[in-house]
Write a protein that binds this ligand. Structure first.
Ligand code: NAD
Length: 486
C-alpha cells in the first residue's frame, strides 16, 4: 500500500515520530493508503517553514499571487475526474457529487485569483481639510486551517484560496478520514507554483496535531470547519488569535399548503439524502403544513424506497455509505432515541447488512419540535417530519434549535416567502429550492451555534483572512487635530 508524507517547507517528509495511520474506503471498510500521524513537533516545524516563507509571499504583488491561483484552478480542472474518483473512494459520496466538490474548489480559486486585482479598501472623506483617509488590507501572518472530511477538496480550498490571496502563509490540518484528498490538493498547489513554505500540510489527529496548531503562540489565526463540540474547544484554546468557526446545522425545509409538492419532494430528497445526509446544510427537518402532510409523506415514502444504496463509483447509486463505522453507530443511536421518544418510524432505521458503512434512508414522522431527533445534528440520512398549523408555528419550530446554518421554504405565496426570509434565524434561506446549493461568490456561514459570525466564500472570506489598516495622510503642512480640538 502506498504511503504519503507531510508537506513542510516545500518538501515531503516523514513525521518526527514516524507514526502512521490508514485512510479507509467506507464502501468496503478496507484501507486505501498510509499517512503520517503528525503531532506537535511537526506543527512546530510547519510554523517555522510558514514564517520563513511569509515575507516573500506577502511582498509578492497580489495580482501575481492571483496568477498562481488561476493556475491551481486550471490544474484542478485537468484533474477533476481523477480527484473526484479518489474522493468517492476515500469518503463515499457519489461520483457526481464528488465532481461538484472539485468544481467548488475550481470556482473558489478562480474567484480568489480575480480578487488579486481587487482586494478593495475604502477611501473616506476626512473631517479636516487637506487630509486624506483610506483603508488597506494586510495579511494576518501564519494561519492554521482545520477542515472536516465531508467536502475534502472544497473546504480546504475555501480556506487556502482566500488566505493565500490576502498574503498569508498557511498550515492545513485536514480530517483523518480524508488525508488522501488533502495530499492531492497540495500536490496541485505545488505544481501551480505556490512557493515552498507558503502552504504546508500536517496530517494527523485533532487531539495532537490539531490542538498544537490551535494553541501555537505564533499562529495568528485559525479557520476551523467541523462539529460544534470541536468548535467550542477551538475557541477555548486559541487564546487571542482571530478564530473563524463554521460548525453544524439542523436545517429545516418548510412546506406550506400552497407549495408545489413535487418540487418540494425533489428538494427534500436532495437535501436530506445527498451526501448521505452528511452535509452541514443537509435538510434534517421537514416542517410541513398539516393539510398536505399525509399526501407529501406518501410521495416521499414512495420515492425514498426507490433510492439505490451502493458504492458511489457505480452509475446507478443514489446514496453512498456513511464515512465510517462510528458514523453508522451515531445514526443508529439516534434511530433508537427517536423510537423511544415516540416518533413514528416510516422507513429505514437500520444499517445495511453488507460490507462498508451503509445505513438505510430513515424517515420519522409525528416528530415533536423538542425531541432530540429534531434538535441535534445526526449527520446521516435521517429526516424528522414535524407537522404545523400555520407559517408562524413553522417559523417558531424552525428557529427552535441552537443551530442556524441553512433553511428553506416551499410556497407560492410571496408574503410567506418574504416573512420566512425575514424571520428564519439562519445564515442562508432558500425559497422554492433545497437547503443546499451555495455558490462560491456569495457569503456562506451560519448564525447562533453554527459559528461565531465569520462567513466563508465571497467577498466576506477576505475579512476572515486579512487585517484592515486605516491610513491618514495630512498634506496641510501643519498640526491639525481631529474632533475640532483647537
Ligand atoms: P470534527 O469536529 O470531528 O473534526 C473537524 C476537524 O477538527 C478535523 O480535522 C479533526 O481532526 C479536527 N479536530 C478534532 N478534534 C480536535 C481538537 N481537539 N483540536 C483541533 N482539531 C481537532 O468534525 P467532522 O466530523 O470532521 O465534520 C463534521 C462536522 O462538520 C459536522 O458537524 C458538520 O455540520 C460540520 N461542517 C460544517 C460546515 C460549515 O461550513 N458550517 C461545513 C462542513 C461540515
Amino acid at each position: 500500500m502506498k504511503s504519503y508524507k507531510l508537506f513542510i517547507g516545500g518538501k515531503w517528509i516523514k513525521s518526527v515520530k514516524g507514526e502512521t495511520f490508514k485512510s479507509i474506503d467506507p464502501s468496503t471498510g478496507k484501507p486505501i493508503a498510509i499517512f503520517q500521524k503528525g503531532n506537535g513537533e511537526d506543527i512546530e516545524k510547519a510554523v517555522r517553514a510558514a514564517e520563513k516563507a511569509l515575507p516573500a509571499w506577502k511582498d509578492t504583488p497580489a495580482p501575481k499571487r492571483g496568477q498562481i491561483l488561476f493556475k491551481v484552478a486550471k490544474l484542478l480542472k485537468q484533474n477533476k475526474d481523477q480527484l473526484a474518483k479518489l474522493m468517492t473512494q476515500e469518503m463515499g459520496k457519489v461520483l457526481n457529487e464528488a465532481k461538484g466538490d472539485v468544481q467548488e474548489a475550481i470556482d473558489i480559486f478562480e474567484y480568489m485569483g480575480g480578487e488579486g486585482r481587487r482586494l478593495f479598501g475604502h477611501t473616506v472623506p476626512s473631517e479636516l481639510k487637506d487630509k486624506f483617509c483610506m483603508t488597506i488590507r494586510q495579511p494576518l501572518g501564519v494561519v492554521g486551517l482545520i477542515s472536516p472530511w465531508n467536502f475534502p477538496i472544497a473546504i480546504p480550498s475555501w480556506k487556502i484560496a482566500p488566505a493565500l490571496i490576502c498574503g498569508n502563509t498557511v498550515i492545513l490540518k485536514p480530517s483523518s478520514d480524508t488525508p488522501f484528498c488533502a495530499v492531492k490538493l497540495i500536490e496541485i498547489l505545488t505544481e501551480a507554483g505556490v512557493p515552498a513554505g507558503a502552504v504546508n500540510l500536517v496530517t494527523g489527529p485533532g487531539s495532537t496535531a490539531g490542538t498544537a496548531l490551535i494553541k501555537h503562540p505564533r499562529v495568528r489565526a485559525i479557520s476551523f470547519t467541523g462539529s460544534k463540540e470541536t468548535g467550542k474547544f477551538v475557541t477555548e484554546n486559541a487564546g487571542l488569535k482571530k478564530v473563524g468557526l463554521e460548525l453544524g446545522g439542523k436545517n429545516p425545509i418548510i412546506i406550506m399548503e400552497d407549495a408545489n409538492l413535487k418540487l418540494a419532494l425533489e428538494g427534500v430528497l436532495w437535501g436530506a439524502f445527498g451526501t448521505t445526509g452528511q452535509r452541514c446544510t443537509a435538510a434534517s427537518r421537514v416542517i410541513i403544513h398539516k393539510s398536505v402532510k399525509e399526501k407529501f409523506e406518501k410521495m416521499l415514502l414512495q420515492s425514498t424506497k426507490k433510492l439505490v444504496l451502493g458504492s458511489g463509483l457505480k452509475k446507478d447509486t443514489d446514496i453512498g455509505p456513511l464515512v465510517n463505522k462510528k458514523a453508522v453507530e451515531k445514526v443508529h443511536h439516534y434511530t433508537l432515541i427517536g423510537k423511544k421518544e415516540g416518533a413514528k418510524l416510516l422507513c429505514g432505521g437500520m444499517p445495511v447488512n453488507r460490507p462498508g458503512y451503509f445505513y438505510k434512508p430513515t424517515i420519522f414522522t409525528e416528530v415533536k419540535p423538542n425531541m432530540k431527533i429534531a434538535q441535534e445534528e445526526i449527520f446521516g440520512p435521517t429526516i424528522a417530519i414535524i407537522p404545523v398549523k400555520n407559517l408562524d408555528e413553522a417559523i417558531n419550530v424552525a428557529n427552535n434549535v441552537t443551530y442556524g446554518l441553512s433553511s428553506s421554504i416551499y410556497t407560492n405565496d410571496i408574503r410567506n416567502a418574504f416573512i420566512a426570509i425575514e424571520k428564519i434565524e439562519a445564515g442562508l434561506t432558500y425559497v422554492n429550492s433545497s437547503t443546499i446549493g451555495s455558490e462560491v461568490h456569495l457569503p456562506f456561514g451560519g448564525t447562533k451555534d453554527t459559528g461565531n459570525g465569520t462567513r466563508e466564500a465571497g467577498w466576506t472570506a477576505l475579512e476572515e483572512f486579512s487585517e484592515v489598516k486605516t491610513i491618514y495622510i495630512d498634506y496641510s503642512g501643519r498640526l491639525q487635530k481631529a474632533q475640532s480640538i483647537t
